[in-house]
Design a protein around this ligand. Sequence first.
Ligand code: SF4
Length: 444
Amino acid sequence: MKTNLKTRCSSNSLKIISENYGSEGDDEPPSSCDESEPPQCGPKSNRFKLFGAVSDADWNDWKWQFRNRITSVEQLAKYVPLTIKRFAEISAVAKTYPLSITPYYLSLMDLNNPHDPVAMQAIPAIEEITFKTTGIEDPLEENRDSVVPGLVHKYPDRVLMVLTDICPMLCRHCTRKREWKNGDWVRTPGDIEAMLNYIRNNRNVRDVIISGGDCLTLSTKHLESVISRLRQINHVEIIRIGTRFPVVLPQRIDSEFCDMLSQYGPIWMNTHFNTVNEITPESAAAIDRIVRAGVPVNNQSVLMRGINDTVEKQTKLCQGLLKIKVRPYYLFQCDEVQGTDHLRTTIDTGIKIIEGMRGFTSGLAVPNYVIDLPQGGGKVTLQPNYMLAKTEKEVLFSNYQGRVITCHNPVSEKHTEPHLQPEVPAKTPDFVFSEVRDADRVIV
Ligand code: SF4
């Protein structure tokens, strides 16, 4: 007889279940997420198992989704099978790093799989507080680079406006976890005016990124009041919106919002899909509405252990994104944020993933792998090294298949000016090619 017990809830009350939960004959829903295909919502989805009593009108109303977020372990246990130990761990973590999951996002989880890539992004893990000493609260030093409250000016020609710290879902890997402890806040009208004044007075700012938290938690009218004032500043060429709503609450992308965006272009959107399981008919429809409003959509995913850290998973994600008209833009090395160490991978893992994608699938599907350096050092792009060696005359490459190919190096302009001639070695330094077999040398 099994003695270990797990708690879970069916309907709306907590229950104790036996340890063999998860074996054949379980009455829980099977995964709706076949990794090879986007999950399909409909009669077979977890929505109807978990939220069967919710009408279509409520389900498709983003405000209903927002109001009914799962924000406590007790609420979570109504839907997700939790052992007593895990229940206690989540309670402990939530005291430091709270949880918030939309019903829609919960419906994408395979509740029987403890390693489900959607669940891992949303459900607190004990490692968030057991690795307390590793990581940094604010690795990107955004507080240091804030020129007025909420406005980060790190790079020469662009600024980041953080309008709120509220998000519909609290991602366990979030770089701004430090903000979660400060309670929910929205920048005051005075704060926003101060940000706009800074931008008005800095003519080198041509690109403004509006983010959060998630700025789409604000009403469309509130967002419009900011965007319309930005548009009145002549030197602001583009506006970018950073949001995870298309992934975690796509119902928010309604016609009122899209109509508003269409009036103030050029606007770009950056969103944040991390796994192909997040590509659903709802998220695809939301992206379609955004694109039809004239807003190109890019994706910025975060590389995470056990979630999307293989060539196969990244390829499926990025190919799936292209199918819904989202350009895979960045694959971020997970920042050194306190409470995320268990999700971080080695940098070699990221480089190997790019190596396994480049050339094997469309270049459009290959994101830029970047690390946002600690100490506010900014982004650095990382990629496999395809250039094996170079001389004044030749450059030796390895292609994506490992084939070694030589390109002629054009004579530099400096060499056409006799007085600028650099010191040229008497002999071509063939030693740099010495380990390459002649058969591998291909002149192109
Ligand atoms: S949506 Fe972005 S800001 Fe909000 S919790 Fe997730 S990663 Fe952090």
